[in-house]
Design a protein around this ligand. Structure first.
Ligand code: NAP
Length: 282
C-alpha cells in the first residue's frame, strides 16, 4: 500500500495529496473499484449526489477493513438544493444514503450564478459544519468573483475549490487566485476523462519517457508540484496503483512550464462547462 503525502488546509485539517474520483462507477462494480482503491492506499473518496453512487460508496465503506475514521468522504451539494433549508435537508439525506453520520468534506458542486443562490448555499454549509454534519467545507467550480462574494458575506473562506484542470485547460489563473485566498485547489478530470487525448499528447509522452514514468503519473506530479490536489478516477487496479506511485520523482521547472504551455484556454475545457454559464440541478 502506498503512503500518500498530505496537503494542509486553512481550517487546520490535512488531506491526502491525491483523491479518488468516482464518476461513472456504479453498483457492485463500483463497490469493487472503491475497495481496490482503498487497498491501493487511497483514503479520500470523492462522490456527489449527481454521480448517483453515494449508496455504492457507503457499501464500500461498510465492506472495507479500513475503519471509517481513517477514510475521508467527500460529497457535493446539487443545484436544486441551493436554498438554505433544502441544503441542510440534502446534506442530512446524503449522509443517510451513504450511511455515515458526518462528511469529512462537502462542497457546493456548481455556483449557478444565474440562479443567484450560492451565497445562501454557502451559509448552509457554514452552519452544517457548526451542527457537526461536515468537518471541512469547500466549493467546486467557483470563480474568483464567487469566492470573494461568499467570503465577504459570511466571513468564512472555503478550505478547497475543486475545479477543472488538466494540461489542455490548466486554469492557472484560478489556481493562483485560490492560493492567494488560502484555498487549496483540487483538480477534476486531471486526465481529461476519456474525452480528450491528453494522456497520448506528444509532450506528455516524451516527459513520461524522460522520467521513466507513465503519462498519467507526469500529470499527477505536475499538479502536486503546483500545490494542487488531483482527484483521479481509475476503475482498474493497475491504474489505481500507478497513480499513487508518484512520490519518488520530481519534474524540473522547465518541464512544468512545457506542460503549462499545452493550455488551449477556453477551447481546452472537456465539456465547455464555463461556471458562469453551466447549470446542473441534480
Ligand atoms: N466537481 C466537478 O464538477 C467534477 C467534474 C468532473 C469530475 N469530478 C471528479 O473528478 C474525478 C476525476 O475526473 P474524471 O472521472 O472525469 O476523469 P479523469 O480522472 O480525468 O480520467 C479517468 C480516465 O482515466 C483513465 N486512467 C486513470 N488512470 C490511468 C492511468 N494510470 N493510465 C491510463 N489511463 C488512466 C481511467 O481509466 P480506467 O477507469 O479504465 O482505469 C478513466 O478512463 C471524477 O471521478 C470526480 O470525482 C468533479
Amino acid at each position: 500500500m502506498t503512503k500518500i503525502e498530505k496537503f494542509e488546509l486553512n481550517d487546520g485539517t490535512s488531506l491526502p495529496a491525491i483523491g479518488f474520483g468516482t464518476v461513472n462507477i456504479q453498483g457492485d462494480t463500483g463497490v469493487n473499484s472503491v475497495l481496490t482503491a482503498i487497498d491501493a492506499g487511497y483514503r479520500l473518496i470523492d462522490t456527489s449526489t449527481n454521480y448517483m453512487n453515494e449508496g455504492m460508496v457507503g457499501e464500500a465503506i461498510r465492506r472495507s477493513s479500513v475503519p471509517r475514521e481513517e477514510l475521508m468522504i467527500n460529497s457535493k451539494l446539487p443545484g436544486k438544493a441551493h436554498e438554505y433549508d433544502k441544503a441542510i435537508k440534502m446534506i442530512q439525506e446524503s449522509l443517510y444514503r451513504i450511511g455515515i453520520d458526518y462528511f469529512d468534506k462537502y462542497l457546493i458542486h456548481w455556483p449557478l450564478p444565474k440562479q443567484d443562490k450560492y451565497e445562501e448555499a454557502w451559509q448552509a454549509l457554514v452552519d452544517a459544519q457548526k451542527f457537526g454534519l461536515i468537518k471541512t467545507i469547500g466549493v467546486s467550480n467557483f470563480l474568483q468573483e464567487h469566492l470573494e462574494r461568499i467570503i465577504e458575506k459570511t466571513g468564512v473562506t472555503p478550505a478547497t475549490n475543486q475545479i477543472e484542470r488538466h494540461p489542455y485547460f490548466n486554469n492557472n489563473a484560478l489556481v493562483e487566485a485560490n492560493k492567494k485566498l488560502g484555498i487549496l485547489t483540487e483538480a477534476w478530470s486531471p486526465f481529461g476523462r476519456e474525452i480528450n487525448d491528453v494522456l497520448e499528447n506528444e509532450t506528455i509522452v516524451k516527459l513520461a519517457e524522460k522520467y521513466r514514468k507513465e503519462p498519467a503519473q507526469i500529470i499527477i506530479r505536475w499538479n502536486l508540484q503546483n500545490g494542487v490536489m488531483p482527484i483521479v478516477k481509475a476503475s482498474s487496479f493497475s491504474h489505481q496503483k500507478a497513480n499513487l506511485d508518484v512520490f519518488d520523482f520530481e519534474l524540473s521547472k522547465e518541464d512544468i512550464q512545457e506542460i503549462d504551455a499545452l493550455d488551449k484556454g477556453e477551447e481546452g475545457r472537456v465539456e465547455a462547462q464555463h461556471p458562469n454559464e453551466y447549470e446542473e440541478f441534480d
